[in-house]
Design a protein around this ligand. Structure first.
Ligand code: GLC
Length: 431
């Protein structure tokens, strides 16, 4: 029987979409608090919110083409504005522009065969009962203490739980939930502020197969490194591997940030994805639609380049994982799926690629993009290097002969079919 998280583990790649009122000031999704805007002042964006170019179907199609298997929309970010219909507030897209973007989202994803994900902020800088803490836009207000005296986190908690119930009740099956975030400490918020245990229990009751992250401040189904790549498979305190997903931006900002030009190249984004698979993780890649809900040219281009690569190379990502026990030669990233080993050649070698640990284990090798055979041999470990003779490369090494010209793809992949131990035993032959 497959586990409820199986689709997530084998999918490896998802799309994150940060969209909200912050796309209008276009200065990062934290601008409300960075600029210490009062809720009354910031609320005016809700009056002019008009996402005429927000097209969930287009986003879902681009995600699917890029090889993403799930996508995650911000139902509410820290600013408090909701993209779904809520009986608990009028601060929603439905009130502002007559559109339930969450309904559009779920329908579009399902139509494209993607798993449905949502992000929901635990933090709420708009709600009148959310106490003013170190991250809050009103943190420097002269009457902060007075204001806090009338704020009641118990009422906010009821609102938070109520909205999560709405999201998990009114929109059919939700496959994935990204809560964000807990920052314990004297001037922060901890699991007791959200009543994380009860919240998580409710989530699992409403959506038994859902995958939930760890940002309630209590363990969830995965851990969430943000804007960095783990150097090795992540483990828990006892050393066991844990499920993880790196969330990454295209330019350092999650929400639309007009003047930020710090874009990662498609090639770098792709290497980050492959690197995640090689270290047993997923990657959730974000885009931030603009003030009209349209996609940024740079984001569209990056997704399209990744899509072109995925069309030919998805086998090295979907259903793949680390190549345990094998050492990646310099400039390469290794992933493995069953008996297939994938060598991603981030730098193109001059003719020879030497892979240690494979002597007698290779059945066939090819370039993945065009299926063309790559010849290989085992060089006598005793052979000394001499003039034009390759040698001195050690024992248990297989040498692959690559074409001089690097294939014209974003990241060339050598696929090696292994004769692995189980198979050898099954057909009764010795290695
Ligand atoms: C954060 C940020 C945020 C972003 C998120 C994505 O903790 O507060 O703006 O939504 O992580 O992982």
């Amino acid at each position: 029987m497959t586990s409820p998280q199986h689709w997530f583990d084998e999918g490896r790649f998802g799309l994150f979409v940060h969209f909200g009122l912050y796309a209008i000031p276009a200065r990062h999704e934290w601008s409300m608090t960075w600029e210490r805007r009062t809720p009354e002042d910031y609320e005016r964006y809700a009056e002019v919110f008009d996402p005429d170019r927000f097209d969930a179907r287009e986003i879902a199609r681009r995600a699917r083409e890029a090889g993403m298997r799930y996508a995650v929309l911000t139902t509410k970010h820290h600013e408090g504005f909701c993209l779904f219909d809520s009986a608990l507030t009028d601060y929603t897209s439905v009130t502002s522009c007559g559109r339930d973007l969450m309904a559009e989202w779920t329908e579009a994803l399902r139509a494209e065969g993607l798993r449905v994900g949502i992000y929901h902020s635990l933090i709420d800088w708009h709600h009148p009962d959310f106490t003013i803490d170190s991250n809050h836009p009103l943190r420097d207000a002269a009457d902060r203490e007075q204001r806090n005296a009338s704020r009641d986190m118990a009422r906010y908690r009821a609102y938070l739980h109520g909205q999560v119930r709405e999201l998990l009740t009114n929109y059919g099956t939700i496959d994935y939930l990204f809560f964000d975030f807990t920052y314990p400490g004297t001037d922060g918020k901890g699991p007791e502020d959200w009543d994380s245990e009860a919240l998580l229990t409710m989530v699992r009751e409403l959506q038994p197969d859902i995958v939930v992250n760890d940002r309630l401040g209590i363990p969830g189904d995965l851990v969430t490194p943000e804007q960095y790549q783990p150097a090795a498979p992540m483990t828990d305190a006892s050393g066991d591997r844990v499920r993880w997903e790196a969330c990454q931006t295209t330019n350092g900002s999650w929400g639309y940030d007009r003047d930020n030009q710090d874009f990662k190249s498609a090639d770098l984004l792709l290497r980050m994805l492959v690197d995640s698979v090689a270290t047993n993780g997923n990657m959730l890649l974000n885009i931030g639609p603009d003030g009209r809900g349209g996609l940024r040219r740079e984001d569209v281009d990056a997704l399209a380049e990744i899509a072109r690569w995925m069309e030919l190379h998805e086998a090295s990502v979907h259903g793949a994982g680390p190549a345990d026990g094998l050492e990646a030669p310099q400039g390469t990233i290794l992933t493995r799926s069953g008996e297939r080993l994938y060598v991603h050649l981030a730098t193109w070698p001059m003719q020879h690629l030497h892979l240690r640990g494979l002597a007698g284990r290779v059945r066939f090798a090819r370039l993945l993009h065009d299926g063309s055979e790559v010849r290989f041999r085992t060089i006598d470990p005793e052979q000394k290097a001499q003039n034009m003779t390759v040698g001195g490369i050690g024992a248990d090494v297989v040498t692959f002969t690559l074409p001089i010209r690097r294939p014209d793809v974003l990241l060339p992949v050598l696929e090696i079919r292994l004769q692995d131990a189980e198979e050898t035993a099954a057909d009764g032959t010795e290695e």
